[in-house]
Unconditional design. Structure first.
Length: 158
């Protein structure tokens, strides 16, 4: 499943990028993330609890930073996580980048290509997309709070 999301993050681009580039601190801005630990070079392991429709999962997994481009303010990460208890698995690639718009507004762009297996796959794309949008909106708000410069606005991508 592929999706895109765009959110305004109020803060200077340098401040926002500084936080985003610290993937461990950024991960703590994601709703439901309970723990994040270094798992080796460019790798983090962690646990995230999330409820999607009628299914609650505790995803235990890892994120690997595949590319970090400071000049373009872009991160490319792969993820792999699962919940053996309910038989759910998530795998994918996420690209996160910052774009500076008119009047210096900073926008967070998220492009994701994610495969869901098991119980999560059975929920259907509309429910998954709604939960992904909700999570990314909350993530942008939390990121803005961490940067400390106001509240975010949301812009959906087609």
């Amino acid at each position: 499943m592929k999706f895109q999301h765009r959110s305004a993050v109020h803060g200077q681009p340098e401040q926002v990028w500084s936080l985003l580039a610290d993937v461990r601190q950024t991960a703590l801005c994601i709703p439901g993330v309970e723990s994040v630990h270094p798992g080796g070079e460019s790798t983090l392991t962690g646990v995230m609890k999330v409820r999607v429709g009628p299914v609650s999962v505790t995803l235990d997994g890892k994120v690997v930073v595949r590319e970090r481009n400071d000049s373009e303010r872009r991160l490319v990460m792969s993820l792999e996580a699962g919940d053996r208890r309910v038989g759910a698995t998530v795998q994918g690639t996420i690209t996160v980048s910052l774009v500076v718009g008119e009047a210096g507004q900073t926008s967070l762009l998220v492009d994701a290509d994610v495969n869901l297996l098991g119980k999560l796959a059975g929920l259907g794309q509309p429910i998954i997309r709604l939960k992904a949008e909700q999570t990314l909106r909350e993530f942008a708000k939390n990121l803005t709070k961490r940067v400390g410069d106001g509240g975010p606005g949301d812009e959906k991508q087609p």
